[in-house]
Design a protein around this ligand. Structure first.
Ligand code: SAH
Length: 467
């Protein structure tokens, strides 16, 4: 985070604006809407500002800037074309540790003016850290489109009941659930539509029943986090992550996906990291059961799909045995994510009538798979967890009849910004993989379909031509 966002209260506080141009008028307007007492310094002013001065809504010093003008100010905004003046005001303000913004001059500013969506009392501020103000404006336009104009009404409505709800529902979790129900349901709709009387009546009824409810039982949602790109989360996964009390996740869940979770949800890491104690599956199962029994809404996040090589089955069994409700939310498994990102068709009318997912995990230094079945023609084989056993896999497939020229693709960190691909043949891949030193999660895809999508890849053509 390049800058630290805060919302400053300027009600009745003095603010200095230097400049009398059109941009200065825009800033004055904003400052007045935040309740600031504006003093403006400029030799000449545009009509709008002149009007504000005439109405005595701002005070005007029709003279040059003096360092003493800064005393007692809460904030300084400079909007003048006079570069030397801007630099002078900026350094004088910074000497006094006064927050100063010089319009369009980030280097002279100690704070940035964000793009603003104003739905009072809701204010949304957007910053691109000074890199691309035009992009900030686009984001603002999208947010404006997505947010009902009357959303501020909803906030004001909630404010009326805030204290009463806080007194009635003791735990912050119960309160959050209560407000979730208010905002997501009929009460929110009524308030948005301006029918405050009906909204009030229903809210009180809901509060009454929430008070009398026994603590709701917790449950576990076994949620697929997809292969890494947060845009590939399902809407249901996103919604549950936004409501969860606790998120239990492992190593394959990307930080970008995790960032989609509710800010104050508790996050528990149960994956393996080098040099750290790694929790056994039964420890994880026990943890899930006890979190749910304590009344939490638990999201158990797993990379890809929870039921594809994810030990999701074992967790379901343990939860069901313990009488804990469990719901499974599918995710995009690595094979589908990687295939899409490399545009490799997993099936193809001419080249592959079947697609097989297998695990290449080593057991006692070896891989026991049904090799004659995997070496059959006209199918795509996708190997999860196969990076280490790649040499064994390639050798066995050739031994069982696949051509050494069969194309193979290794995809590391598929769908993320760090995605890397190595494409070769069963004969060449081991050496290529060593050279590439793949370290992240890597998926291995074998079959003629790789040649279809990457037929124009010069490296692959060279390798295949050598057979
Ligand atoms: N449940 C997961 C798979 C877990 S097994 C899923 O459905 O995708 C872990 C293996 O998945 C890794 O060893 C790797 O082979 C594969 N994998 C997971 N995410 C990946 C990614 N983003 N890119 C490439 N391979 C990935």
């Amino acid at each position: 985070m390049q800058t630290f966002p805060i919302f400053l209260s300027l009600q009745d506080r003095p603010v200095l604006v230097v400049g009398g141009s059109e941009p200065a008028a825009r800033k004055v307007e904003l400052l007045l809407s935040a309740g600031a007492r504006v003093t403006l310094i400029a030799d000449t002013v545009v009509g709008e500002i002149a009007q504000l001065i005439a109405e005595a809504r701002i005070s005007w010093a029709g003279r040059g800037f003096d360092d003493d003008d800064l005393s007692g100010m809460a904030l300084v905004i400079v909007a003048t074309g006079d570069e030397a003046l801007a630099a002078r005001v900026s350094s004088a303000a910074q000497r006094r540790s006064l927050p100063v913004n010089v319009v369009d001059r980030p280097l002279l500013s100690s704070f940035i003016m964000p793009a603003i969506v104003d739905r009072a009392p809701i204010t949304i501020a957007i910053s691109t850290g000074g890199t691309a103000p035009a992009l900030a404006r686009r984001i603002r336009a999208e947010i404006e489109r997505a947010l009902p104009a009357a959303i501020g009404r909803l906030a004001r409505f909630a404010e009326i009941f805030r204290v009463q709800v806080r007194r009635t529902l003791e735990s912050s979790r119960d309160r959050r659930r209560f407000w979730d129900r208010v905002f997501a349901g009929r009460i929110g709709e009524l308030a948005l539509a301006g029918d405050e009387i009906a909204a009030r009546r229903e809210l009180i009824r809901l509060l009454d029943s929430a008070r009398n409810e026994n603590a709701p039982a917790g449950m576990v949602h076994l949620v697929g986090a997809g292969p890494g790109d947060p845009d590939l989360l399902t809407m249901k996964a996103h919604r549950l992550m936004q409501r969860a009390d606790v998120i239990v996740y492992d190593r394959l869940v990307s930080p970008e996906v995790l960032a989609m979770a509710r800010r104050d949800a508790e996050r528990i890491f149960v994956g393996k990291r080098r040099g750290e104690h790694c929790q056994t599956q039964s420890e994880i199962n026990r943890r899930l059961v006890s979190l749910a029994r304590a009344g939490n809404s638990v999201v158990r996040l797993k990379g890809g799909d929870p039921l594809v090589f994810g030990r999701g089955g074992e967790e379901i069994e343990a939860l069901v045995r313990a009488g804990v409700a469990v719901e499974v939310v599918p995710g995009i498994t690595a094979a589908l994510g990687c295939a899409a990102s490399a545009a490799i068709p997993l099936t193809h009318r001419d080249h592959a009538q079947a697609c097989i997912f297998v695990t290449g995990q080593l057991k006692d230094g070896t891989v026991s798979l049904d090799w004659p079945m995997l070496a059959r023609p006209r199918q795509t084989v996708v190997v999860y967890m196969g990076a280490e056993s790649l040499p064994i896999i390639a050798a066995r497939l050739v031994e069982h009849g696949l051509s050494p020229a069969t194309p193979i693709a290794l995809i590391e960190n598929g769908t993320t910004n760090q995605e890397r691909r190595v494409v070769g043949t069963l004969a060449t891949i081991e050496q290529q993989a060593r050279r590439a030193a793949l370290e992240g999660p890597t998926l291995c895809m074998i079959g003629e379909v790789i040649g279809v999508s990457l037929a124009r890849d010069p490296e692959l053509q060279d390798q295949r031509a050598s057979f």
